[in-house]
Design a protein around this ligand. Sequence first.
Ligand SMILES: [Zn+2]
Ligand SMILES: [Zn+2]
Length: 346
Amino acid sequence: MKAVVYESFSATPKIMNVEDPTPENHGVVIKVEATGVCRSDWHGWMRHDPDIVLPHVPGHEFAGIIEAVGKNVQGFKVGDRVTVPFVSGCGSCPECHGGNHQVCGNQTQPGFTHWGSFAEYVSIHHADVNLVTLPETIDFTTAASLGCRFVTSFRAVVDQGKVSAGQWVAVHGCGGVGLSAIMIANSIGANVIAVDVTDDKLELAKALGAYATINATNVADVAEAIKEITRGGAHVSIDALGHPTTCINSIKSLKKLGKHVQVGLLLAEQATPPIPMNLVIAHELEIIGSHGMQAFRYDAMLAMIKSGKLSPEKLLGQTISLEESIATLTNMDKINPPGVTIVTHF
Ligand SMILES: [Zn+2]
Ligand SMILES: [Zn+2]
Protein backbone atom coordinates (compact mmCIF):
# COMPACT_ATOMS: atom_id res chain seq x y z
CA MET A 1 0.00 0.00 0.00
CA LYS A 2 0.90 3.65 -0.39
CA ALA A 3 1.80 5.39 2.88
CA VAL A 4 3.48 8.51 4.26
CA VAL A 5 6.54 7.21 6.10
CA TYR A 6 9.20 8.96 8.19
CA GLU A 7 12.42 7.16 8.96
CA SER A 8 13.83 9.77 11.34
CA PHE A 9 12.21 12.48 13.46
CA SER A 10 11.90 15.99 12.00
CA ALA A 11 13.14 14.78 8.59
CA THR A 12 10.74 15.16 5.65
CA PRO A 13 8.51 12.04 5.33
CA LYS A 14 8.26 10.23 1.98
CA ILE A 15 5.49 8.49 0.08
CA MET A 16 6.50 4.81 0.08
CA ASN A 17 5.07 1.48 -0.97
CA VAL A 18 4.87 -0.68 2.15
CA GLU A 19 3.30 -4.02 2.99
CA ASP A 20 -0.49 -4.05 3.50
CA PRO A 21 -1.49 -4.53 7.16
CA THR A 22 -3.30 -7.71 8.24
CA PRO A 23 -5.84 -7.69 11.09
CA GLU A 24 -5.10 -8.94 14.61
CA ASN A 25 -7.52 -11.68 15.72
CA HIS A 26 -9.42 -9.00 17.69
CA GLY A 27 -8.88 -6.26 15.12
CA VAL A 28 -9.78 -5.06 11.65
CA VAL A 29 -8.04 -3.41 8.72
CA ILE A 30 -9.82 -0.33 7.41
CA LYS A 31 -9.50 1.15 3.92
CA VAL A 32 -8.95 4.82 4.71
CA GLU A 33 -11.36 7.10 2.83
CA ALA A 34 -10.47 10.33 4.67
CA THR A 35 -7.94 11.28 7.36
CA GLY A 36 -7.37 14.55 9.19
CA VAL A 37 -4.02 16.28 9.62
CA CYS A 38 -3.60 17.28 13.27
CA ARG A 39 -1.14 19.07 15.50
CA SER A 40 -0.66 15.79 17.41
CA ASP A 41 0.81 14.27 14.22
CA TRP A 42 3.25 17.16 14.13
CA HIS A 43 4.15 16.62 17.81
CA GLY A 44 4.82 12.94 17.05
CA TRP A 45 6.98 13.78 14.07
CA MET A 46 8.91 16.28 16.24
CA ARG A 47 9.60 13.45 18.73
CA HIS A 48 7.50 15.04 21.47
CA ASP A 49 5.85 11.62 21.92
CA PRO A 50 8.22 8.98 23.32
CA ASP A 51 6.14 5.97 22.13
CA ILE A 52 6.80 6.25 18.41
CA VAL A 53 9.04 3.58 16.88
CA LEU A 54 10.71 4.30 13.54
CA PRO A 55 10.02 3.97 10.66
CA HIS A 56 6.56 5.37 11.27
CA VAL A 57 3.30 6.27 9.50
CA PRO A 58 1.38 9.15 11.18
CA GLY A 59 -2.40 9.75 11.16
CA HIS A 60 -5.04 9.08 13.83
CA GLU A 61 -8.31 10.77 12.83
CA PHE A 62 -9.95 8.93 9.98
CA ALA A 63 -12.97 7.15 8.58
CA GLY A 64 -13.25 4.37 6.06
CA ILE A 65 -14.58 0.96 5.07
CA ILE A 66 -13.66 -2.33 6.75
CA GLU A 67 -11.42 -4.29 4.38
CA ALA A 68 -10.53 -7.33 6.55
CA VAL A 69 -11.80 -8.68 9.89
CA GLY A 70 -9.95 -10.71 12.55
CA LYS A 71 -11.45 -14.09 13.46
CA ASN A 72 -12.57 -13.04 16.97
CA VAL A 73 -14.44 -9.89 15.93
CA GLN A 74 -18.18 -10.27 16.52
CA GLY A 75 -19.90 -6.99 15.76
CA PHE A 76 -18.42 -5.79 12.48
CA LYS A 77 -17.98 -7.12 8.95
CA VAL A 78 -16.18 -6.32 5.70
CA GLY A 79 -17.80 -3.35 3.98
CA ASP A 80 -19.01 -1.57 7.15
CA ARG A 81 -18.52 2.23 7.18
CA VAL A 82 -16.71 3.06 10.41
CA THR A 83 -14.59 5.50 12.38
CA VAL A 84 -12.70 5.17 15.69
CA PRO A 85 -11.76 7.51 18.53
CA PHE A 86 -8.02 8.25 18.46
CA VAL A 87 -7.52 6.40 21.77
CA SER A 88 -8.45 2.73 21.40
CA GLY A 89 -9.06 0.81 24.63
CA CYS A 90 -8.10 -2.82 25.28
CA GLY A 91 -11.56 -3.65 26.61
CA SER A 92 -10.26 -5.75 29.50
CA CYS A 93 -8.37 -3.52 31.99
CA PRO A 94 -9.96 -1.88 35.07
CA GLU A 95 -10.36 1.47 33.26
CA CYS A 96 -12.07 -0.13 30.26
CA HIS A 97 -14.32 -2.17 32.57
CA GLY A 98 -15.24 1.11 34.26
CA GLY A 99 -16.20 2.60 30.89
CA ASN A 100 -13.14 4.84 30.65
CA HIS A 101 -11.47 3.52 27.51
CA GLN A 102 -10.00 6.98 26.89
CA VAL A 103 -7.48 6.38 29.72
CA CYS A 104 -6.94 2.64 29.12
CA GLY A 105 -3.62 1.47 30.52
CA ASN A 106 -3.03 -0.71 27.45
CA GLN A 107 -4.37 1.82 24.96
CA THR A 108 -3.41 1.81 21.31
CA GLN A 109 -3.38 4.90 19.13
CA PRO A 110 -2.97 4.50 15.37
CA GLY A 111 -0.31 6.97 14.24
CA PHE A 112 1.46 6.72 17.63
CA THR A 113 1.64 3.21 19.12
CA HIS A 114 1.45 1.65 15.64
CA TRP A 115 1.21 2.79 12.04
CA GLY A 116 -1.54 5.30 11.36
CA SER A 117 -3.92 6.44 8.65
CA PHE A 118 -1.72 8.51 6.32
CA ALA A 119 -1.95 5.42 4.16
CA GLU A 120 -4.40 3.43 2.07
CA TYR A 121 -5.07 1.01 4.96
CA VAL A 122 -4.85 1.15 8.75
CA SER A 123 -5.04 -1.59 11.37
CA ILE A 124 -7.28 -1.15 14.45
CA HIS A 125 -7.05 -3.32 17.56
CA HIS A 126 -9.93 -4.57 19.75
CA ALA A 127 -12.43 -3.63 17.07
CA ASP A 128 -15.56 -4.59 19.03
CA VAL A 129 -14.59 -2.10 21.75
CA ASN A 130 -13.44 0.74 19.54
CA LEU A 131 -15.23 0.87 16.21
CA VAL A 132 -18.14 3.22 15.64
CA THR A 133 -20.62 2.53 12.83
CA LEU A 134 -21.16 5.65 10.75
CA PRO A 135 -24.72 6.67 9.89
CA GLU A 136 -25.22 6.91 6.10
CA THR A 137 -25.98 10.60 6.56
CA ILE A 138 -22.37 11.39 7.55
CA ASP A 139 -19.81 11.49 4.75
CA PHE A 140 -16.26 10.21 5.26
CA THR A 141 -14.66 13.65 5.22
CA THR A 142 -16.90 14.92 8.03
CA ALA A 143 -16.50 11.63 9.92
CA ALA A 144 -12.71 11.90 9.76
CA SER A 145 -12.95 15.34 11.35
CA LEU A 146 -14.73 13.86 14.40
CA GLY A 147 -12.10 11.34 15.55
CA CYS A 148 -9.76 13.55 17.50
CA ARG A 149 -10.58 17.20 17.94
CA PHE A 150 -14.39 17.07 17.80
CA VAL A 151 -14.83 14.09 20.14
CA THR A 152 -12.18 15.46 22.48
CA SER A 153 -14.09 18.74 22.64
CA PHE A 154 -17.40 16.92 23.11
CA ARG A 155 -16.03 15.09 26.15
CA ALA A 156 -14.36 18.27 27.45
CA VAL A 157 -17.54 20.36 27.22
CA VAL A 158 -20.27 17.78 27.91
CA ASP A 159 -18.74 15.02 30.07
CA GLN A 160 -15.87 16.78 31.86
CA GLY A 161 -16.90 20.46 31.91
CA LYS A 162 -20.60 19.51 32.38
CA VAL A 163 -21.49 22.79 30.70
CA SER A 164 -25.14 23.81 31.01
CA ALA A 165 -27.38 26.40 29.39
CA GLY A 166 -26.74 29.98 30.44
CA GLN A 167 -23.20 29.38 31.70
CA TRP A 168 -20.23 31.43 30.58
CA VAL A 169 -17.62 29.32 28.79
CA ALA A 170 -14.23 30.68 27.74
CA VAL A 171 -12.35 28.88 24.98
CA HIS A 172 -8.65 29.70 24.67
CA GLY A 173 -7.36 28.90 21.18
CA CYS A 174 -9.56 28.61 18.08
CA GLY A 175 -7.94 25.78 16.16
CA GLY A 176 -9.87 22.57 15.49
CA VAL A 177 -10.36 21.74 19.18
CA GLY A 178 -11.36 25.28 20.13
CA LEU A 179 -13.82 25.80 17.29
CA SER A 180 -15.40 22.41 18.02
CA ALA A 181 -15.74 23.34 21.70
CA ILE A 182 -17.35 26.66 20.75
CA MET A 183 -19.91 24.94 18.52
CA ILE A 184 -20.71 22.28 21.14
CA ALA A 185 -20.96 24.69 24.10
CA ASN A 186 -23.11 27.06 22.03
CA SER A 187 -25.45 24.22 21.03
CA ILE A 188 -26.01 23.46 24.72
CA GLY A 189 -26.99 27.08 25.34
CA ALA A 190 -23.82 28.43 26.96
CA ASN A 191 -22.48 31.92 26.27
CA VAL A 192 -19.06 31.37 24.73
CA ILE A 193 -16.11 33.76 24.72
CA ALA A 194 -13.52 32.83 22.11
CA VAL A 195 -9.87 33.84 22.50
CA ASP A 196 -7.21 33.65 19.80
CA VAL A 197 -4.45 35.76 18.28
CA THR A 198 -5.76 35.79 14.70
CA ASP A 199 -8.85 37.66 13.53
CA ASP A 200 -9.82 35.14 10.82
CA LYS A 201 -10.15 32.36 13.42
CA LEU A 202 -12.12 34.67 15.69
CA GLU A 203 -14.48 35.45 12.81
CA LEU A 204 -15.02 31.73 12.34
CA ALA A 205 -15.61 31.44 16.11
CA LYS A 206 -18.28 34.14 15.86
CA ALA A 207 -19.90 32.37 12.91
CA LEU A 208 -20.03 29.17 15.00
CA GLY A 209 -21.92 30.93 17.76
CA ALA A 210 -19.36 32.65 20.03
CA TYR A 211 -21.08 35.40 22.03
CA ALA A 212 -17.90 37.49 22.24
CA THR A 213 -14.35 37.25 20.88
CA ILE A 214 -11.04 38.50 22.26
CA ASN A 215 -7.89 38.93 20.19
CA ALA A 216 -5.24 38.26 22.86
CA THR A 217 -2.74 40.51 21.08
CA ASN A 218 -5.07 43.50 21.50
CA VAL A 219 -5.69 43.30 25.27
CA ALA A 220 -3.30 43.78 28.18
CA ASP A 221 -4.75 40.90 30.20
CA VAL A 222 -6.93 38.17 28.64
CA ALA A 223 -8.26 36.92 31.99
CA GLU A 224 -9.32 40.44 33.01
CA ALA A 225 -11.02 40.96 29.63
CA ILE A 226 -13.03 37.75 30.18
CA LYS A 227 -13.93 38.79 33.75
CA GLU A 228 -15.18 42.10 32.42
CA ILE A 229 -17.43 40.53 29.77
CA THR A 230 -18.77 37.87 32.16
CA ARG A 231 -18.94 40.23 35.19
CA GLY A 232 -16.83 37.99 37.35
CA GLY A 233 -15.42 35.13 35.32
CA ALA A 234 -16.29 32.02 33.33
CA HIS A 235 -18.04 28.99 34.83
CA VAL A 236 -15.96 26.74 32.61
CA SER A 237 -12.78 27.62 30.74
CA ILE A 238 -10.99 25.42 28.25
CA ASP A 239 -7.37 25.55 27.12
CA ALA A 240 -7.91 24.25 23.62
CA LEU A 241 -4.42 25.14 22.42
CA GLY A 242 -2.04 23.62 24.94
CA HIS A 243 0.45 26.29 25.94
CA PRO A 244 1.53 27.58 29.38
CA THR A 245 0.10 31.03 28.53
CA THR A 246 -3.34 29.78 27.46
CA CYS A 247 -3.44 27.29 30.36
CA ILE A 248 -2.75 29.98 32.95
CA ASN A 249 -5.03 32.55 31.27
CA SER A 250 -7.77 29.94 31.32
CA ILE A 251 -7.42 29.29 35.06
CA LYS A 252 -7.24 33.02 35.85
CA SER A 253 -10.38 33.72 33.79
CA LEU A 254 -12.59 31.51 36.01
CA LYS A 255 -15.17 32.72 38.50
CA LYS A 256 -15.12 31.16 41.97
CA LEU A 257 -15.86 27.39 41.87
CA GLY A 258 -15.13 27.45 38.14
CA LYS A 259 -13.70 24.56 36.13
CA HIS A 260 -10.62 24.64 33.95
CA VAL A 261 -10.53 21.85 31.37
CA GLN A 262 -7.12 21.12 29.82
CA VAL A 263 -7.58 19.71 26.34
CA GLY A 264 -4.65 21.09 24.33
CA LEU A 265 -1.55 18.94 24.77
CA LEU A 266 1.29 20.33 26.86
CA LEU A 267 4.42 18.56 25.70
CA ALA A 268 8.20 18.79 25.77
CA GLU A 269 9.49 21.96 27.50
CA GLN A 270 5.87 23.20 27.91
CA ALA A 271 4.74 20.11 29.84
CA THR A 272 4.73 21.64 33.33
CA PRO A 273 3.28 25.18 33.33
CA PRO A 274 3.37 27.16 36.61
CA ILE A 275 -0.29 26.69 37.67
CA PRO A 276 -1.53 29.47 40.04
CA MET A 277 -2.44 27.04 42.84
CA ASN A 278 -3.13 29.98 45.18
CA LEU A 279 -6.20 30.78 43.04
CA VAL A 280 -7.18 27.11 42.82
CA ILE A 281 -7.36 26.94 46.62
CA ALA A 282 -8.78 30.37 47.39
CA HIS A 283 -11.53 30.09 44.74
CA GLU A 284 -12.04 26.32 45.00
CA LEU A 285 -11.38 25.89 41.29
CA GLU A 286 -11.41 22.52 39.59
CA ILE A 287 -8.68 21.51 37.17
CA ILE A 288 -9.74 18.70 34.89
CA GLY A 289 -7.96 16.88 32.08
CA SER A 290 -9.77 15.62 29.01
CA HIS A 291 -8.26 13.01 26.72
CA GLY A 292 -10.25 11.68 23.75
CA MET A 293 -13.63 10.01 24.17
CA GLN A 294 -14.94 6.46 24.44
CA ALA A 295 -16.46 4.89 21.32
CA PHE A 296 -19.76 4.26 23.14
CA ARG A 297 -20.21 8.01 23.77
CA TYR A 298 -20.33 8.67 19.99
CA ASP A 299 -24.05 7.83 20.02
CA ALA A 300 -24.90 10.98 22.00
CA MET A 301 -22.76 13.12 19.71
CA LEU A 302 -24.04 11.53 16.49
CA ALA A 303 -27.62 12.11 17.69
CA MET A 304 -26.87 15.84 18.09
CA ILE A 305 -25.34 15.87 14.60
CA LYS A 306 -28.36 14.08 13.14
CA SER A 307 -30.79 16.51 14.75
CA GLY A 308 -28.86 19.47 13.35
CA LYS A 309 -27.71 20.80 16.76
CA LEU A 310 -24.09 20.17 15.77
CA SER A 311 -22.68 20.72 12.29
CA PRO A 312 -19.08 19.44 12.26
CA GLU A 313 -18.92 19.92 8.49
CA LYS A 314 -18.71 23.68 9.19
CA LEU A 315 -15.27 23.07 10.70
CA LEU A 316 -13.82 21.50 7.59
CA GLY A 317 -10.98 23.34 5.92
CA GLN A 318 -9.06 22.25 2.86
CA THR A 319 -9.15 18.77 1.36
CA ILE A 320 -5.76 17.58 0.11
CA SER A 321 -3.96 14.54 -1.33
CA LEU A 322 -1.73 12.10 0.53
CA GLU A 323 1.26 13.70 -1.23
CA GLU A 324 0.22 17.17 -0.02
CA SER A 325 -0.16 15.93 3.56
CA ILE A 326 3.63 15.89 3.90
CA ALA A 327 4.00 19.66 3.49
CA THR A 328 0.92 20.28 5.66
CA LEU A 329 2.38 18.13 8.43
CA THR A 330 5.91 19.49 8.37
CA ASN A 331 4.79 23.15 8.20
CA MET A 332 2.16 22.84 10.93
CA ASP A 333 4.03 25.14 13.31
CA LYS A 334 4.31 27.83 10.60
CA ILE A 335 1.20 27.56 8.41
CA ASN A 336 -2.03 26.86 10.25
CA PRO A 337 -5.08 27.56 8.07
CA PRO A 338 -8.51 27.78 9.73
CA GLY A 339 -10.58 24.59 9.84
CA VAL A 340 -9.60 20.93 9.79
CA THR A 341 -7.45 19.84 6.83
CA ILE A 342 -8.48 16.41 5.53
CA VAL A 343 -6.66 14.03 3.17
CA THR A 344 -9.25 12.68 0.71
CA HIS A 345 -7.07 11.47 -2.22
CA PHE A 346 -4.82 8.47 -1.62
ZN1 LIG B 1 -5.69 14.71 16.21
ZN1 LIG C 1 -8.13 -1.08 28.73
